[in-house]
Structures are given as C-alpha cells and as structure tokens.
Design a protein. Structure first.
Length: 185
C-alpha cells in the first residue's frame, strides 16, 4: 500500500464536490475536522493540490468544523485574549459573525462575556470606550452602538499567535492625523 488514495465528497445546496486526494491531504483534513487546530503534513510544506491552504482559509472562523456552531466559551478559549480589550474585540467578533449582530451595545458585550464564563469586566463602558478610541478594535455604529473594526477583525483572526497579532496591528493601524500649523503672515 505504498500509494494510498482517498476520496473526499462534499455535498450541499447547489454544490457537489468529489475529489481524489493523497494521504497527506486526507490526514490534514481529518486533523482539522477532529481538532479544529492548525494543519501540517509533517514536512512543514503544503499538501498536494493546495488542499491544506484551502482548509487553512477557514481556520479562525467561529465554527466547530463538524457543521455545528462553536459556543462563545469555546471561541474565547481558543483565541486566548491577553487583555480585556482583546477579549472585547473577540466578543464583538463573535456577536458579528455567529450571532449575526453586526451592531451591539456595551450591554450585549457584558452579556456575551458572562455567557463565555469570563472574569467580569472591571468597568465595561470604559473598556468598550478604550477598545474603540485607544485601540481601534471597535468603531462607532451610531446611537451608542459599536461594531467590530477592520483592525479588530484582523487581531481576532490572528489570535492566539502573538506575532501574527503584532503584524495585524502594524498592517491595519490607521495613520495618525497630523496637525497643520497655520501660516503666519
């Protein structure tokens, strides 16, 4: 059995996908489905047919990989935010992508934090305000509501990899506004 071939079949609304794959790709797919973790084929490279790269594109999105929905507790545990501001960004990300609530208020963040069984936010309104104004993880959505920003999504997608978080912040941080000095006559 030197040359083992496997077949993957995916069926859904308007989609039928039948593909022969090699053993490395099959192992990568099974590893992802069973653990939801990072994939590798042992050699540090990509699997044949780009299968690993295609699968990696879905990692980081809040789902369990088996068709079920990942709970907020599982999502926060997988992301492992270091600060309360990162945790607020993760909660906002979850509300947006899983709960289909793109705009949320501080109360929704507080309730999501409780549902995730996380330590209580010391001052929720101040933390949400700092996550918005200082860190840029959230942005105003009008009438006191907030939404996850591009920077916030990039940071949450990068978690728990701290180097990837630094890179996401560096590449998505908005430029600082410079003050123009008035010309004196």
């Amino acid at each position: 059995m030197a040359d083992e071939n496997f077949k993957i079949s995916i069926k859904g609304p308007g989609l039928v996908f039948d593909q022969s794959i090699d053993k490395a790709a099959a192992n990568a797919i099974m590893s992802f489905v069973l653990t939801g973790g990072a994939l590798s084929n042992g050699s540090g490279g990509e699997a044949k047919n780009g299968a690993t790269a295609d699968i990696r594109a879905g990692i980081g999105r809040p789902n369990t990989g088996d068709g079920g929905r990942q709970t907020i507790k599982q999502f926060i545990a997988a992301k492992r935010p270091d600060t309360q501001y990162e945790r607020v960004a993760c909660l906002g990300y979850y509300l947006t992508h899983v709960e289909s609530t793109p705009e949320f208020k501080t109360l929704a963040i507080t309730k999501a934090n409780t549902a995730a069984a996380q330590p209580r936010l010391s001052n929720p309104s101040q933390i949400v305000s700092d996550a918005t104004k200082t860190y840029g993880y959230l942005s105003a959505a009008g009438k006191g509501a907030k939404q996850i920003s591009v920077l916030g999504e990039a940071v949450v997608d990068a978690l728990p990899d701290r180097e990837a978080v630094k890179a996401a912040i560096a590449s998505n941080r908005p430029r600082r506004k410079t003050k123009r000095s008035a010309k004196k006559s």
